[in-house]
Design a protein around this ligand. Structure first.
Ligand code: RIB
Length: 298
């Protein structure tokens, strides 16, 4: 079984602010840091750190060597990544004193994925393999359609949720869906988390569903009764990338044959550790740290 993540790569410009800037307001930023991020890159790093071999496909621009290096340093296979003219994707992220964030995303090279490139990559994967996707790249609907044609197990994190997910994606082709409460409400029409998972399961009976709810924990549902996992209480400094850490660790756990319960617990520990550190990619913990993490000690 091979794991392919066809996903975004962003340079994150992270500004520390006392509070997230409101409309019409000017707020001085205390500090500026540059980190490697993008939901795709973060999830690939999390899977690699959890101990799974992962191939990353996606586009970077002329300034993108730093992104390729970050993936390589984490052990991710980068041979499918393409360099295209122009800038890489980047974000402007505000992180406030409580670790909350607000993100402005510029797609850059992430929006230059073509059907020809998708075909060339997918040619090397088949029905034994898994593909992991988020919604920060172009051609997402095409990737899903072609991956399904090849029988590849499709994992989708429909984030950020927009018209592409609503109007172009055939969600029936997805085998494993990671959603947060906002995405869950948009997909199911329900605002209560438990109902959200139930309705989504009724809409897509064969789908494995994972709902992440930040401090309220997470739910797993796959036909039977849902399993709930609490979020571990830690001193958060930056929540950016915590959801990606959870997703990457959980997908790795699927590949490693963990039970849903064990897998939720390990992913919750990994994302708890991630919020205690700054940045997205750099905040993702190694497996040994996750296994050594004792929630009772914090
Ligand atoms: O999920 C966090 C990520 O979202 C950041 O790294 C940023 O690049 C945005 O894509």
């Amino acid at each position: 079984m091979k794991v392919l993540n066809f996903g975004s790569l962003n340079i994150d410009y992270v500004y520390r602010v006392q509070h997230i800037v409101r409309q019409g307001e000017t707020e001085p930023a205390g500090e500026l840091q540059l980190y490697c991020g993008g939901k795709g890159l973060n999830q690939s790093i999390a899977m690699a750190k959890a101990g799974v071999t992962v191939y990353h496909a996606g586009c970077v621009g002329e300034d993108g060597q730093i992104l390729i290096d970050a993936l390589r340093d984490a052990g991710v296979k980068t041979q499918y990544i393409r360099r295209v003219p122009g800038p890489s994707g980047h974000t402007i992220i505000q992180v406030d004193d409580e670790g909350n964030n607000a993100i402005m995303l510029f797609g850059g090279a992430n929006q230059k994925i073509t059907e020809e490139y998708v075909d060339a990559v997918l040619n090397d994967f088949d029905d034994e393999d898994i593909i992991v996707l988020q919604n920060e790249i172009s051609c997402l609907a095409y990737i899903i359609e072609k991956a399904a044609d090849r029988g590849i197990h499709i994992v989708l994190n429909p984030s950020p949720y927009d018209k592409v997910i609503e109007e172009q994606i055939d969600v029936n082709l997805v085998s494993t869906l990671f959603m947060n409460e906002v995405e869950g409400e948009q997909i199911s029409g329900d605002s209560d988390p438990l109902n959200m998972t139930q309705t989504t399961q009724m809409m897509y009976p064969d789908m494995e569903i994972i709902l992440t709810m930040g401090k309220a924990g997470s739910y797993y549902r796959n036909g039977a009764d849902p399993i709930w996992q609490k979020a571990y209480r830690v001193e958060a400094v930056d929540t950016t990338g915590a959801g990606d850490t959870f997703t990457g660790y959980f997908v790795a756990g699927i590949c490693q044959g963990l039970s849903a319960k064990e897998n939720l617990k390990r992913a919750a520990k990994a994302s708890a550790l991630a919020v205690t550190r700054y940045g997205a990619g750099p905040s993702i913990p190694a497996l040994a740290e996750v296994e050594a993490f004792d929630p009772a000690a914090v």
